[in-house]
Write a protein that binds this ligand. Sequence first.
Ligand code: BGC
Length: 761
Amino acid sequence: MIIRKGLLTALLAVSVTTIQAARQNDDDRMNRFVDSLMKRMTLQEKIGQLNLPVSGDIVTGEARSSDIAGKIRKGEVGGLFNVKGVEKIRELQGIAVGQSRLKIPLLFGMDVIHGYETVFPIPLALSCSWNMDAVRASARIAAMEATANGICWTFSPMVDICRDPRWGRMAEGVGEDPYLGSAIAEAMVQGYQGSDLKAANTLMACVKHFALYGASEAGRDYNTVDMSRVSMFNYYFPPYKAAVDAGAGSVMTSFNVVDGIPATGNKWLMTDVLRNRWGFDGFVVTDYTAIFEMIAHGMGDLQQASALSLNAGTDMDMVSDGFSGTLEKSLRERKVTMEAIDKACRRILKAKYKLGLFDDPYRYCDPERIAKEVFTAENREVARKVATQTFVLLKNEGGLLPLPRKGKIALIGPLVHTRENMPGTWSVAASFQKYNSLYESMKEAVAGKAELYYAKGCNLMYDARREADATMFGREMRDPRTDKEMLDEALEAARKSDIIIAAVGESSEMSGESSSRTNLEMPDAQRDLLTELKKTGKPVILLHFSGRSTVMTWEQENFPAILNVWFGGSEAADAICDVIFGKVSPSGKLTTTFPKHVGQIPLYYNHLNTGRPLPEGEWFTKFRSNYLDIDNEPLYPFGYGLSYTTFRYNGLHLSSDSMSTTGSIKASVTVTNTGDFDADEVVQLYIRDLAGSISRPVKELKGFERISLKKGESRTVSFDITADKLKFYNSELQWVCEPGEFEIMIGGDSRNVQTAKMRLQ
Ligand code: BGC
C-alpha cells in the first residue's frame, strides 16, 4: 500500500510537472508570437489595439465613434462589442483580417449577463439558488450560445457587492455577501471559460466593475463611493479577487471614484492591488466612456484622463476615443512611455492569442452551430429548472401554496401577459416571440383542469411619463384604457374566481443600469389594485417581480402568500407554474436583506455591532443605536426563504471546542424534513469573531450546502472550520486570524441559527 501510495504521488508529480512544462511551452510560444508581431507594428497600430469603439446595437452612454470600417482597415480598432449576428461579425472580422496591413483579428465582446437567447434568471436571482452547479451551468450554456453567434468575450460576471437596493444594478450582481459572491464569481468564470479558452464554445470572462461600484452613495447610479480600505478588502474586493483567482481573462473598470480617483485612472487599484497583489495577468478594459467621464470627474481634459488611465494600468478604452485620440501626443510630450503602450498592447494581443483568434479568426463564426446549439430544448430545460430554484417564498400562511390545478383562478396584474418583461434587465439576445408570458404558460398548465380568468387590472404606475422611463428598450406595456375600465375588468375576473394570483411589482427596466429608485414600495397603481382585490375577500397570492430587494411591509401584513420571482429569464413563466402548482417546492434564499422601510438602508446582515447596540427584540431605547419610528430588524433577513415543507435543525455539534491555526474543527448539524413535501434546503454556516484587532461583524457567512431531503428524511451536514474561515484583513491589510473566541452558527437563514463557541489557540 505504502509503495503504491508512493508510486501514485510520484506519478502525480510527473503529470503536474508535464502540465506545467506544457503550459510553459505554450506561454513561450505565445510570447514569441506576440513579440514578433509587435516588432512589425507601428505606434498607431499599437494604439489601435487599445481602442474599443462603439459599434453595436446597444448604446448606454454617449456614443463617440464613427466610420468603424475605415478604422478597422487602418488597424485602429482592437475589438468591437454588442454587435449582434454572426454574419455581421464575420463581415467585420473579414475587414480586419482581409484588409488591414497586419491582419490582426478583432475581439468581439457582448453583455452576455445571464444567458444569451436562452435567458437565465437575472444574476441576483441566480445567487438566491445558492447552487454553484446551476450558476456554472448557466454560464456554460451562455458561452455555448454566444460563441455560436460570433462572440468570444463577455462583460460578465458582475460581482459588485451591494447593500443598497435603491441601486438598480443590484439586479446584475451577487447580493450583499462577499463569501457567496466569491463562490459565484468563481463558478461563472469556470462556466464561461471552461478548461480551454481556445475551444470554439468558450468565452473570455470580464469581471466587473472593478471596483466598489455597488457602493454608490444613496444608491444613485454612477455616484461617488467613499470607503475605508479595511471595508474594501473585507467586504467588497473578495468576489473580484475570486474571479481573478479563477483565471478571468479580463477586468472592467468601474465608473466611480476609489479614494477620490476614478477607478479607470487609479494606479493603486489597477496596478498595486490587481496586478501586484493579486497577480492578475489579463487585460483591463474601461467601462463605457469611463475615460471621457473623467473630465466631468474633474481629472483634466481627455488627454490628461487618457494618460492617467494608461499609466494606472488600464489597457483598453471603451468608446471614449481617448487612447486613440491622444496617446500619440502624450508620448511626444513624455506624459506616457512607449513601454506603457507596449505593455497594454501586448496584453490585448495575448488575449486574442489565448482565444485562438490568430489560428482562426472565424473560430466563433460557424453559422451551422446556431440551429444546433442555441435556444435548444435542452438549454431551455436547464434554464427552467434553474429558475425554479431562484424563487423565494416570503410568506405562505396556512400552506396556501402550492395550488391544486382545479377550480377557478383569476390571474391579474400588469406583469401577467408581457413576454418582454419576463427575462429581466440586460437580456440583449432574448427573442420575445419564442417563449411564453405567464398567462400563456398558466393556460397550458391548467388546461382541462381549472378555469383561468385574466385581467391586466392596472398599468405599472399612474404616471405615464414615469412608466415610459421604466419600460424602455422594447418593454413598453402601457394600456390605453382608463384606470376604471381596467379595474372593473379585474374585479369581474376576481368575482368569478375562487382564488386570485396577482402578478405585480417592477417591470424589467425598473432595475438594471440607470434605474435607481428612492421609493421601494409597490408602485401606486398596483397597490391600489391590490387593495381592491383584497376587498373581494378572495385569497390573493402575490407573485412579486423585482430586480432588487423592495419594501414589502404592507404586503406582508395584508396578503397570505408571497412568492418573489425576480426576473426568471426566458423560461420564467413555465418555472413559475412548476412552483405555483407544486411540481417543485421553492428553495431560493435571499442574498440581500429586505428592509421594513427605505429609511433603514443600508441594512445588511454582516454589520458591525456599534458601541450601543439595541438589545435583541427591543423596539426603541434612549441613547441606543436605533430609530424613534421603527425597529432595527429587516422584514426578511439575508438567507431567508420558506419552503412547502418545514426543516428542523438539531444538535449543533463541534468536534472540539478549540483548535490551532493549523488545525480544524468539524461543525455538524442534523437537518430533518419534517413536512409533507420533498424539497431542497440551503444550510448556512456563519461565524462571529468575538474580539479582534479591528471591530468584526456580528456574523459572516463562511459556508453553505444545498441539500435535497425527501419528506421525513434526515441528513447530517458538516463544515470544516479551518483558519482560513477565521481570517480577515486587519488594519495593515494583512490577511490574518487572531487567537480568541468565535461563535459558530448554523441555520436555515442568518437570523435563525444554532450557536456554539470555540477558541482559536
Ligand atoms: C455598463 C457595463 C457594460 C457596458 C457595455 C456600461 O454602461 O456599465 O456594465 O458592460 O456598458 O455595454
